[in-house]
Ligand binder design. Sequence first.
Ligand code: ZN
Length: 218
Amino acid sequence: MLDRLDLKEEDFDDVVIDEKEFKDLRAETKWLAVARLYTSREDFSNTAFYTSMRYAWNPAQEVSFRALNDNLFVIQARCLGDWKKIVEMGPWLFRGYGVIIKEYDGIQDPEKVVLDSIEVWIQIHKVPDLYRKEHLVRLMASKVGVVKKIIMLTAKDFVRVRVNLKVDTPLKRFTSLNIQGQGRVVFQLKYEKIPTFCDVCGLMGHVDEECGSGEHSP
Ligand SMILES: [Zn+2]
């Protein structure tokens, strides 16, 4: 639209912000995030969403929400601790659906922030000692999502990996190694606190009875 106005330099009458004020603005506009609920549902109450998220985050200081459209929110925390929890310690769920949250600089168009993935902990079960090596676990987990963190030692017989999952990709049920001359070994995957997903297509955001016609063979 601005292009079509064919503006010339002399048309402008800017409000000028000097470098110091710009610095001050940046300093006071911190700890922002953009969020979207990953759901096929079109209607949900913003107020219920805010209340539920505040309850889940249990923030030390006030957290504010601003709705940009039906399902896009700018969130602002007042301290680093709250912000880190919100952005890094998900997945956060609302009515079972995943809340996609990404950090936001307060400058770019919030609608342009790419909200296409969710970070979760996965468990890779019963990996025998021979293959229980961090580099192999990393390779296996990278078939599931972008690996963020690996915890090799847990109290149970699995390793935990924090991965960034693309929400438009079906969830994987297993990961496998193929050892040349030995054959394939398959390991079961479990997801911690995974949002609602569909048993038929493996995508998050809807359930099997909402997938296609909703009629599927048992
Ligand atoms: Zn489905």
